[in-house]
Design a protein around this ligand. Structure first.
Ligand code: SF4
Length: 324
């Protein structure tokens, strides 16, 4: 229902308001925020050289250059201000425009250390990353492996039976709302659905508050409290957020391949290697971000808060792949 509903909404918005643009992607798509965060890691980006832009305009005024129609930027980005990869869809339509817009290489993660002036770190990005990508998403991947989920469901079922409330155990929903494949012995009742949603939301809140606490500690260790700095500190965890989505989604792939007879004994070693490499990257990004606000002992002690946050995320993945 979530995927189908948003697809239908995207088609409807495109037909009514789109007029050749990607208004849905830019302003309404629920996943666009995640792509915007991950795009900040991109090693390539389109960038506008404002000096070259002004030069070209001067040449046009003096009749030395031809005025070209503005490219049709589907996500409706103000091209002159473009210096963040977040909203850009890399379609290349603006490449070479006014001799000022070009595809350029950059250090992966450089936008995290020095955010675009027109697009500084925001509270929405903080919430999306800390409570969403590193919270709700981890809960959505966790539940199928979690013994806590099973215990919670059993306790709720016993309570319902003891109180003679059988309908949540006997009622199911159509397959497009809750899993319902009786032929394969795979049916969720209303209790399963409610516990599932509760578990995912609770994981989101627990992870979100734990990580917020670590980053708040880092923020305080850097000096007087600053909200913009707190939003910026969260950027250090974006690589782990991206890796988490990859690890979570590829778990299904690995299970399917195992079901087809492939043993995939290396899967957990590969996961461990990716988590270690990604944590090292987050720590190094954290160190560089902290360098914008402090130096010396203060910077080093604040790095402890970032390391703590990385430890919380690693603990969640350890539980899923090794602990349980
Ligand atoms: S590459 Fe495409 S999406 Fe990105 S700024 Fe240029 S026209 Fe817009």
């Amino acid at each position: 229902m979530v995927l189908g509903g948003s697809t239908v909404a995207a088609i409807a918005v495109g037909l009514v308001y789109g007029k050749g643009t990607r208004v849905w992607c830019r302003h309404l798509c629920p996943v666009n925020g995640v792509f915007s965060l991950l795009a900040k890691l991109a090693p390539l980006h389109y960038h506008t050289d404002k000096g070259a832009w002004e030069d070209y305009n001067r040449q046009v005024r003096q009749g030395e250059a031809v005025r070209h129609a503005a490219p049709n930027c589907a996500p409706l980005i103000p091209l002159k201000q473009l210096d963040s990869a977040s909203d850009c869809h890399m379609c290349s339509r603006c490449s070479g425009y006014k001799n000022a817009m070009h595809l350029e290489a950059r250090k992966p993660g450089s936008e995290l250390i020095t955010p675009s002036r027109d697009r500084p770190a925001s509270i929405w990005e903080f919430v999306l990353l800390i409570f969403g990508l590193l919270g709700v998403a981890i809960g959505a991947f966790h539940w199928s492996a979690s013994p806590w989920f099973v215990q919670l469901k059993q306790a709720a079922a016993v309570w319902l039976v003891n109180h003679d409330l059988m309908w949540p155990l006997e009622t199911t929903a159509p397959w497009w709302i809750l899993t319902n494949y009786p032929g394969q012995n795979d049916v969720f009742n209303l209790l399963d659905g409610a516990v599932l949603i509760g578990y995912i939301l609770a994981t989101g809140l627990v992870m979100g508050f734990l990580l917020s606490g670590c980053l708040a500690l880092t923020n305080r260790l850097l000096g007087a409290w600053s909200w913009p700095r707190l939003w910026h500190l969260a950027y250090a965890l974006i690589p782990l957020g991206g890796l988490g989505v990859f690890l979570g989604l590829s778990t299904t792939t690995v299970s399917l391949l195992r079901g087809d007879g492939l043993r995939m004994l290396w899967a957990n070693d590969a996961r461990a290697a990716l988590l270690i490499a990604c944590s090292a990257w987050c720590l190094s990004l954290g160190w560089k971000i902290l360098g914008r606000y402090a130096s010396g002992v203060r910077r080093l002690s604040a790095l402890g808060g970032v390391a703590l946050a990385i430890g919380v995320v690693l603990a969640a993945w350890w539980l899923m792949f090794w602990g349980w």
